[in-house]
Design a binder for this molecule. Structure first.
Ligand SMILES: C[S@@+](CC[C@H](N)C(=O)[O-])C[C@H]1O[C@@H](n2cnc3c(N)ncnc32)[C@H](O)[C@@H]1O
Length: 244
């Protein structure tokens, strides 16, 4: 990612409606399935950046944050107690087998620097303890390629079937797979057409979410996700458990 884009992402992390909503969404989806916290609990926020979507993890227990962006590691450590930043490549995580009670990876597998996302998810499964969780969230909708994907050096977007498959092939039991931000699919499709050929980022754009409307809609969608999984979304999420 360009340094400027990265700094914009760090700056936006706490304020932007999408990051605030995503922290709440992931906490809602993941916490009910997490093993009980005790003195030995440790989580991994893989490709965790500045902690903008994973900072609810270090609020629960010590959390290692792997990333190769120095700007991000510095910001995560400065802004959130409980993070232990490690400069690391997700393709070769420097962690022993069964080191973590849960691994969270949010919008990292899509990146050009990860030529084989399945291999990265296999590594997440390796470093997870038996009974522990792996939660993946990535850009969804293969046909929703937009200018934002160009700026963020994306190599791919994922279908829900891709997400389910990566979890299962890594030897994890599928706990949940769902779309999220389904209400953003129509506007994203329109933006994709309008912005074709341009390089334009979503980060820093519309931080308030149309005067709170998008945050409210995300809240309604979270209420729905308490009961059902959604078949599509601008993001796709899969949660797997390592068998005992
Ligand atoms: C779009 S940011 C998302 C950051 C954070 N997960 C969030 O949701 O705010 C993607 C992050 O993944 C990191 N990343 C992607 N591939 C990586 C790899 N192979 N090794 C280490 N970090 C990686 C990037 O440096 C970046 O910080």
């Amino acid at each position: 990612m360009d340094d400027d884009e990265y700094q914009r992402m760090v700056d936006a992390g706490e304020r932007h409606w999408w990051y605030r909503s995503t922290r709440a969404l992931l906490e809602q989806l993941v916490v009910p399935h997490l093993p009980e916290v005790d003195a030995s609990t440790v989580y991994l926020d893989a490709g965790g950046g500045s902690g903008a979507t994973g900072s609810w993890l270090p609020d629960r227990a010590t959390t290692v944050l792997d990333d190769f962006e120095a700007v991000a590691l510095h910001a995560a450590e400065r802004d959130h107690t409980g993070y232990r930043p490690v400069r690391a490549d997700l393709n070769h995580p420097p962690h022993p087998d069964a080191a973590f009670d849960a691994v969270l990876c949010v919008t990292a597998l899509y990146h050009k620097l990860n030529p084989d996302p399945q291999r990265v998810v296999d590594e997440f499964a390796r470093v997870t303890k038996r009974g522990g969780l792996v939660c993946l969230m990535e850009p969804g909708g293969k046909r929703l390629w937009r200018a934002h994907d160009e700026v963020t050096h994306a190599a791919r977007r994922f279908s829900l079937a891709d997400m389910r498959s990566m979890v299962r092939v890594a030897g994890l039991e599928l706990v949940r797979a769902t779309g999220a931000y389904s209400f953003l699919v129509p506007p994203a499709a329109v933006m994709g057409v309008i912005e074709r050929g341009k390089a334009k980022s979503d980060v820093g754009r519309n931080e308030g979410g149309l005067g709170g409307l998008l945050g409210q809609t995300a809240r309604l969608e979270r209420a729905l996700l308490r009961k059902v999984d959604l078949p599509f979304g601008l993001s796709v999420i899969a949660i797997g458990r390592k068998p005992m």
